[in-house]
Design a protein around this ligand. Structure first.
Ligand code: HEM
Length: 367
């Protein structure tokens, strides 16, 4: 203990580490009315770290070659010590990340924290949302199973409907006319390097904006925020008399992470194949199209939209419009009020939108 104190003293004399800790940890005050939804961001950070660590471990034995990929994944599952655990954590974790991401998005939506001055938080978050979907899509191909091959064929095919550039885009994504070894190479590079690095950078930007604006106070309960933004120049929204981030809120974060871990490990140990249809266990065969090829649960609504419209271009346009609307929401919904019950139009649209999405997802699952 004494040695630790001496070490901290040594560093403190040189870099003033205690001052940083006072300012960023014990002196970083959060609103007293803060609730459990505010811990989802930390849960997401935790999941991202787990994905990176398990992903690096998988890289030791995975072979990104169309002739060897499927066998290398089988090798990881059956012969590498604890390989099955690492792979299951990575595959289940990717689904859980999308789920928690959606909950985090819903919480900032309903509490109105996407509104001015937090547009940049929302925008960086929105890009993170698309990147996380991108990293999942590219990861899906890597085991080179029937599911990988055909889901990627269907997903990349839809871009064909874009006028003029569509077919070129599909060829560019696939590295040829059809999904094949070149697609695997591209998706591998995107999945293990390009997208994760972009995600890490965007998380940095997301947290930087959060630090600069100050965290929002929930729209419920007493208002104790001072220096509230009025649209007239930069202000840091502070919460004097609030609770310190360390140790108080960090413990709340840790509790949410523990609850998440319990749920996550329950799936990993008791129902590891929850997210795996049977075509995930057969090697890719370009000559045999499986009867039912479905994307992951979070793409089922997109998949169903493409099926509903007779023309794929209209289906793509509807999705593009919905995504653009969501991305630009803070610039469209500009009212100051953040309490959901005092924003009836927002509440009706949000619940309506959510029900439509759920309905399309269930429909996509059974269609
Ligand atoms: C990898 C993905 C993400 C990570 C790691 C992340 C992390 C965080 C963290 C740590 C916070 C602060 C605490 C909290 O409110 O939870 C936060 C706040 C916020 N996030 Fe995210 N986030 C991610 C994705 C998103 C997405 C997809 C959106 C919405 C499109 C979003 C929008 C926001 C907003 C608006 C805030 C400000 C909340 C406030 O000040 O009350 N984030 N995020």
């Amino acid at each position: 203990m004494n040695l630790l104190k001496k070490l901290i003293d040594w560093v403190d004399v040189r870099v003033g580490i205690r001052e940083v800790a006072d300012k960023q940890l014990t002196g970083y005050l959060l609103p007293r009315t803060i609730n459990v939804w505010y811990s989802l961001g930390s849960v997401l950070l935790f999941i991202f770290v787990i994905q990176v660590v398990t992903g690096i471990l998988l890289l030791i034995y995975y072979v990104p070659d169309a002739d060897k990929a499927f066998a290398s994944v089988n090798q990881i599952m059956n012969n590498v010590p604890f390989g099955w655990l690492i792979r299951m954590c990575h595959a289940v974790g990717s689904n859980m990340m999308v789920l928690v991401l959606m909950l985090h998005m819903l919480s900032v939506l309903f509490m109105g924290s996407y509104k001015s001055p937090r547009e940049l938080n929302w925008l960086t978050g929105f890009i993170l949302f698309t990147l996380v979907q991108g990293v999942s899509l590219t990861g899906y191909l890597l085991p080179w199973s029937q599911l990988s091959f055909w889901a990627t064929t269907v997903a990349t095919n839809s871009a064909n409907a874009i006028p003029v550039i569509g077919p070129h885009l599909v060829e560019f994504l696939r590295g040829g006319k059809l999904v094949g070894p070149h697609t695997l190479g591209r998706f591998f590079a995107l999945h293990v390097a390009v997208i994760p690095v972009a995600i890490a950078g965007l998380i940095g930007a997301h947290l930087f904006f959060l630090k600069r604006t100050g965290i929002s106070a929930p729209p419920f309960g007493q208002k104790e925020t001072v220096n509230q933004w009025q649209g007239d120049g930069y202000r840091y929204e502070s919460h004097p008399g609030g609770i310190p981030f360390f140790p108080n809120f960090m413990l709340e974060d840790l509790r949410s992470i523990a609850i998440y871990l319990a749920l996550f490990l329950a799936v990993v140990f008791f129902n590891p194949y929850l997210f795996f249809p049977s075509s995930a266990f057969e090697p890719a065969n370009p000559f045999v199209t499986p009867a039912h090829i479905k994307p992951e649960w979070y793409f089922l609504a997109n998949y169903q939209i493409l099926k509903i419209f007779p023309n794929e271009l209209i289906g793509l346009a509807v999705q593009g419009a919905a995504m653009t609307f969501l991305a630009l929401l803070p610039f469209i919904d500009r009212g100051r009020e953040r309490h959901p019950l005092k924003r009836p139009l927002f509440l009706a649209c949000a619940i309506g939108g959510l029900l439509v999405w759920l309905g399309l997802t269930v429909w996509g699952h059974y269609s």
